[in-house]
Design a protein around this ligand. Structure first.
Ligand code: ADP
Ligand code: ASP
Ligand code: MG
Length: 419
């Protein structure tokens, strides 16, 4: 007997038929003798619709009310799945975040989980053989007694946090792809499924644009050592052989991965904006004058490139910010113009960041250099570069995103060979 968390994303619960399919997946595990907690997302498209309604109601909405609205999508699917389970003879009860409770910070819209008491769920496994169906994405800020949400994609984080709280043997993330691929399989059909990926690599992939797992869920998995298995919900439950390992990707400790490639995966993000400040005074304190106000405005600056000054007096400085913060960043810099001293402020939002990730890069030199020549051969201009121990990122024109990802995917030998 094992204790499992099974998480189903939006497309997996998109309508009643799919919810019934999910119920059969859950029954399969219950029949095998396992204790099961299920975490569900809202039906696909629902959260987007709810977010849109908040914006339509008022552009300056209160984020406490935003959370009250957007958390409702998961309330529906948790209830529906509990009904579907009962309908096929599985004992089940739905749980909203506040009922467990899943306690969080009060940063409405992207709250962090602080604590979950799994005792009652465990007791119900034992005493009633009851499946817990938990609404993902939502929590409670105890001091103010308000509903919170965990940021887009947050049901992954609910699932991993519950797995840690009930000491589950595994956290299965059922989604619309059958695992984590070398890059988004919708963009590169020749992407390959990885059997295993290290937490650290998955963390980079997720934070650099691969939305298959929310970043915080991977962080939590790493800290609490939760075995996370990404697999497809579209397989028919009846076709799954309980004695065989299903297709999927295990997110685990680096030591468990025997054959380590130099490059494991490629992520990309179009949610970037570039800002260039021209002819900045080349003197001590200027970087602080620029990045201080941005940080005070809670704007995350990512890639930073400063040119060497030709005349010893002025230089150009380029950096990236999330596209959503673009206008706010320009306004913040313009306000600080007096302290910074520059002649012109340029920006672009039609840029994309391509990132190449692999733990193997720690021990291999020249990996990034190969990318520079491969992109140059395709006449793709690189606007900015950043590197760290296990990844490097390149900023390019958004129009070339797919070409660049495919080029690098082939370059590093990640393409699937024809069957
Ligand atoms: P869910 O609704 O189940 O949470 P998401 O849409 O959040 O699912 O995440 C799954 C999607 O992530 C896939 O459909 C795929 O397009 C995308 N994706 C991006 N990068 C990758 C990757 N490296 N491996 C697998 N899927 C990826
Ligand atoms: N429903 C939420 C979203 O769309 C949470 C999730 O699906 O993980 O962001
Ligand atoms: Mg998701």
């Amino acid at each position: 007997m094992a204790r499992l968390v099974m998480k189903f994303g939006g497309t997996s619960v998109a309508d009643i038929d799919r919810i019934r399919n999910v119920a059969r997946h859950v029954k399969r595990e219950v029949d095998a003798g396992h204790e099961v907690a299920v975490v569900v997302s809202a039906m696909s498209g629902t959260t987007n619709k709810l977010v849109e309604w908040c914006r339509e109601a008022s552009s300056l909405y209160d984020t406490r009310e935003y959370d009250a609205v957007v958390a409702s999508g998961e309330q529906v699917t948790a209830g529906l799945l509990a009904i579907a389970l009962e309908g096929i003879g599985v004992n089940a009860r739905s749980w909203q975040g506040w009922q467990i409770p899943i306690l969080t910070s009060n940063v409405h819209g992207s709250a962090r989980i602080r604590d979950i008491d799994g005792a009652e769920l465990i007791q119900r496994f034992k005493e009633r053989k009851e499946v817990a169906v938990v609404a993902g994405f939502q929590g409670l800020h105890k001091e103010t007694d308000r509903i919170t949400t965990l940021g887009r994609g947050g049901s992954d984080t609910s699932a991993v946090a519950i797995a840690a709280a009930i000491r589950a043997d595994r956290c299965d993330i059922y989604t619309d792809v059958d695992g984590v691929y070398t890059t988004d399989p919708r963009v590169v059909p020749r992407a390959q499924r990885l059997d295993k990926i290290a937490y650290e690599e998955m963390l980079e992939l997720a934070s650099l644009g691969a939305k298959v797992m929310q970043v915080r869920s991977v962080e939590l998995g790493m800290v609490h050592n939760v075995r996370i298995f990404v697999r497809s919900s579209f397989d028919r439950p009846e076709d799954i052989d309980p004695h065989k390992n299903p297709p999927g990707t295990l997110i685990c400790e680096e030591d468990e991965i025997v054959e380590q490639q130099t490059v494991t995966g490629i992520a990309f993000s179009r949610d970037e904006a570039q800002i260039s400040i021209r002819q900045v005074q080349d003197k001590p304190g200027v970087a602080a004058a620029i990045f201080g106000p941005l940080s005070e405005a809670n704007i995350n600056v990512d890639m930073i490139v400063q040119n060497v000054s030709a005349d010893g007096k002025t230089t150009d400085l380029t950096f990236t910010v999330p596209a959503a913060d673009y206008q706010r960043s320009l306004d913040t810099i313009a306000k600080a113009k007096g302290a910074i001293g520059y002649t012109r402020l340029d920006g672009a939002t039609d840029v994309a960041k391509i990132s190449v990730i692999g733990i193997g890069m720690r021990s291999h030199a020249g990996v990034a250099a190969q990318a520079f020549s491969a992109l140059a051969e395709r006449s793709i201009n690189i606007r900015a570069i950043t590197t760290s121990e296990i990844k490097f990122s390149l900023l390019i024109d958004a129009a070339f995103t797919e070409l660049a990802v495919r080029t690098l995917h082939s370059l590093y030998g990640l393409d699937k060979t024809a069957p």
